[in-house]
Design a protein around this ligand. Structure first.
Ligand code: KE4
Length: 443
């Protein structure tokens, strides 16, 4: 257990009681789980502390095993767009479970999900379900290589597409948070086939196509990067990528695992009016259960087994519980026009945060789009990984803890994005902005 410097005895006793069960669990976890966690970013390594363990979650709130309550802005890293455990989703999963937990046989819900995704994202003419965002992006890469007969991929520094060997090159999220943008275990040959460029630099994209003529299968990107903090594409950057791909017969792949169905009914591609050749999806479409999906033009998707030569498979793909949860979440989001509600909440939150920032002594940059936001401890403009990495990580860690002890849980890394859900109330975000003001004053 690591205590903050200068804690009083009373503080230490309070702190220990506030984290006792979590500490016990973490010690046990460390014996049997690498790093004590099943995904690196959960380890709190970036904020120099031991993680808390969760007991339960409901709406915008989470409670740890020591009974501490937090307003949650991580939202399980994106899936809980309606908040935690909405009754409508829990009931749908319970009802589906009564009919069977898994079949490995085509089920009607898979057809409903496929039809909904294709209707909401017109660039997707056919779609296949998988069980994670990583599977979705990995399958997009294999499919792009199979369709074009080419091997090289362009990605962007700081964009994270899951732990796909070919894409763990200068990637973001946990890979970046732990200071090892490239991963051990990725063969040199994979690195040779992956070209990683600074985001928002269209000249370098043109140059890469020129230097690798007829060798580039695809460009893959997060249209709105959210794994090195959150920053936005410069005007025309996305349309230039689209033009360059068309010019060189390469495929444009949007990784919308985070932005898909969160930023708009049709995701970032609807907002920017771009039709990628393939899209990767996840998080929101699973309603909290393990799901990913990838889809795009039918002539590309038809290259997939069993009809085509590109193999891809999954035991639990299209799992009935995950389909029930995802369909329920998406339909409820549409019924309440959740995107409108999230934009209104996000706009109010941004006003309050900018007001709280006004009293701070340090350099800060706040980015928001819809229900996604990030507070950088750096002066702007922040337009790519290099500028995001100018953030003061020590200051961020102090801010994180100052908010946590006041009952607000932000992502435990500067290189992640915060999420507002439709379960967050005006009172929640007003309280959060006040906590941020106090935390900034304390730094
Ligand atoms: P999963 O394999 O974790 O379901 O999805 C991988 C992925 C793909 N694409 C994007 C844009 C993503 O953000 C992700 C995963 N996001 C991280 C958080 N930024 C998941 C959290 C974690 O790794 O524990």
């Amino acid at each position: 257990m690591q205590f903050g410097v200068g804690r009083s005895t009373l503080d230490v006793r309070r702190f220990v009681s506030l984290t006792f069960r979590s500490s016990q669990l973490f010690r046990a976890a460390l014996k049997r789980i690498p790093g004590g966690v099943n995904s690196p970013v959960r380890a709190f390594g970036h904020v120099g502390a031991d993680p808390f363990f969760i007991e339960r979650a409901k709406g915008a709130k989470i409670w740890d095993v020591d009974g501490n309550e937090y307003i949650d802005y991580v939202g399980s890293w994106g899936p809980t767009i309606l908040g935690h455990a909405p009754k409508i989703i829990v009931d749908a999963v319970r009802e589906a479970a009564e009919r069977g937990l898994t079949f490995g046989i085509p089920n009607p819900l898979e057809v409903e999900m496929a039809e909904l995704i294709c209707k909401w994202m017109p660039s997707i003419e056919k779609v296949r379900m998988v069980n994670s965002g990583t599977e979705a992006t990995m399958s997009c890469i294999r499919l792009a290589r199979g369709f074009t007969g080419r091997n090289k991929i362009i990605k962007f520094d700081g964009c994270y597409h899951g732990h796909v060997d070919a894409l763990l090159v200068k990637s973001g999220s946990g890979a970046l948070t732990h200071g090892r943008p490239d991963s051990a275990g990725v063969p040199e040959a994979f690195v040779d086939l992956t070209i990683s460029l600074p985001f928002n630099n269209s000249d370098l994209v043109r140059q890469a196509f020129h230097e690798n003529r007829d060798q580039i299968a695809a460009i893959i990107l997060e249209p709105i990067p959210a794994n090195a903090g959150l920053y936005l594409p410069r005007k025309d950057f996305l349309s230039i990528l689209c033009e360059e791909c068309k010019k060189h017969a390469a495929l444009l792949i949007f990784d919308e695992v985070i932005t898909g169905f969160r930023l708009a009914r049709g995701g970032a591609q609807e907002i920017y009016g771009i039709k990628p050749d393939l899209s990767a999806l996840g998080k929101v479409i699973g309603g909290g259960l393990p799901v990913g999906a990838f889809g795009g033009r039918a002539e590309i998707m038809d290259q997939l087994s069993p009809d085509g030569p590109v193999y891809q498979a999954g035991t639990l793909s299209g799992n009935p519980l995950a389909m029930a949860a995802g369909l329920t979440q998406l339909r409820e989001l549409e019924r309440i026009d959740g995107w409108k509600a999230l934009e209104e909440l996000g706009r109010r939150f941004e006003t309050l945060v900018r007001d709280a920032m006004g009293t701070a002594k340090m350099n800060l940059t706040f980015h928001r789009i819809g229900s996604m936001f990030c507070l950088f401890f750096a002066s702007g403009p922040i337009v790519d990984l290099a500028t995001a990495q100018q953030s003061d990580l020590k200051m961020f860690a102090k801010f994180f803890h100052a908010c946590l002890k006041r009952g607000v849980y932000f992502a435990p890394s500067q290189f992640e994005t915060g999420f507002i859900s439709t379960a967050h109330t005006l009172e929640d975000i007003e309280r959060t902005a006040e906590v941020m003001r106090e935390a900034l004053r304390e730094l």
